[in-house]
Design a protein around this ligand. Structure first.
Ligand SMILES: [Zn+2]
Length: 301
């Protein structure tokens, strides 16, 4: 396969089939497999040998509960033409829709890996591997956590090279950041952080509530002004904002020592620092998306 054919095949992997639900299963499996390939690990891996790692990635970077369906990408990626499966024919010859159970994949010792033409093309072209990884990261994860995802799958942190052209077809509104920061008077709407130097805000970012990667629009009602730390943990699902009263709710998965708790978890149950003007308030639809697709359930009491 040529370089272009390979890139097209990976770009076409079908993942957004249920509206705006986040389906990061396939992207995470592909990234994991790219990392294995770069490290020269065996071309095929048994499901049982990869499911723990994949489950942990889904737990960390996927919607709540998605680790329970960790076998889906291992099975379904084959229909995208970049993946192959080896194992007992009574399992591997099933139609695509007849997904085996986790137990069947384990017991049948089913193995998966990149299809041979793909593997051959990638094996001698680390730059192509990096380009595929970069595209997948850009298409499915917000900038704040791309480096974390890359590191977790064992890819080099420069897989996301900001100088490279964006493959996203939608254009970003360059005014989004300014509009959001202005709405919240240049301070983090959780902790009030408003450090400045020479008139410039430091460590303050405009976060998308519904991710750009999930077709979240660049409008103030889909934005929150957050300090770097709150932005990152918001994108990781450590807290969310309730649509009905804009109360900040932390996940039970977030923990730390007394000091950290006193600083971070002190905001649990507090209200969002309000924007100037009711028209700037976060839209309930976007907050509901964040709760369903990003927040790590369950919430703290
Ligand atoms: Zn903050």
């Amino acid at each position: 396969m040529t370089r272009d054919e390979i890139l097209t095949a990976f770009d076409r992997i079908r993942v957004w089939q249920q509206g705006d639900r986040r389906a990061v299963h396939k992207p995470l499996l592909v990234l994991l497999a790219l990392g294995r390939l770069l490290r020269g690990e065996s071309p095929l891996v048994e499901f049982a040998g990869i499911e723990d790692k994949l489950g942990k990635l889904l737990e960390e970077f996927g919607p709540s509960g998605s680790e329970r369906t960790r076998h889906n990408p291992f099975w379904h990626l084959r229909t995208d033409g970049v993946w192959r499966l080896e194992g007992p024919p009574e399992i591997t010859s099933r139609p695509a829709g007849a997904t085996p159970t986790i137990t069947e994949l384990r017991r049948g010792r089913v193995e998966g890996g990149f299809a041979e033409p793909v593997r051959l093309a990638l094996a001698h072209d680390p730059a192509l591997v990096a380009e595929i990884a970069r595209r997948i990261l850009n298409a499915h994860f917000p900038e704040s956590i791309r480096q974390d995802v890359a590191a977790a799958v064992g890819l080099s942190p420069d897989a996301d090279n900001p100088a490279a052209p964006e493959q996203e077809q939608r254009r970003r509104d360059p005014a989004f950041r300014e509009k959001v920061l202005l709405a919240y008077e240049y301070r983090c709407c959780v902790c009030g952080h408003d450090l400045r130097m020479g008139g410039h805000a430091i460590g303050l970012e405009a976060a998308h509530i519904k991710w750009f990667q999930a077709r979240g629009p660049d409008v103030v009602q889909n934005g929150l002004a957050l300090c770097s730390l709150h932005h990152k943990i918001f994108d990781l699902g450590a807290f969310t904002v309730l649509p009905e009263n804009h109360q900040i709710v932390f996940s039970r998965h977030l923990m730390g020592g007394d000091d950290t708790k006193a600083k971070l978890l002190a905001h649990h149950g507090a209200g969002l620092i309000q924007p100037q003007g009711k028209e700037c308030l976060p839209h309930p639809e976007f907050l509901a998306w964040h709760r369903a697709e990003v927040f790590r359930e369950p919430a703290r009491e």
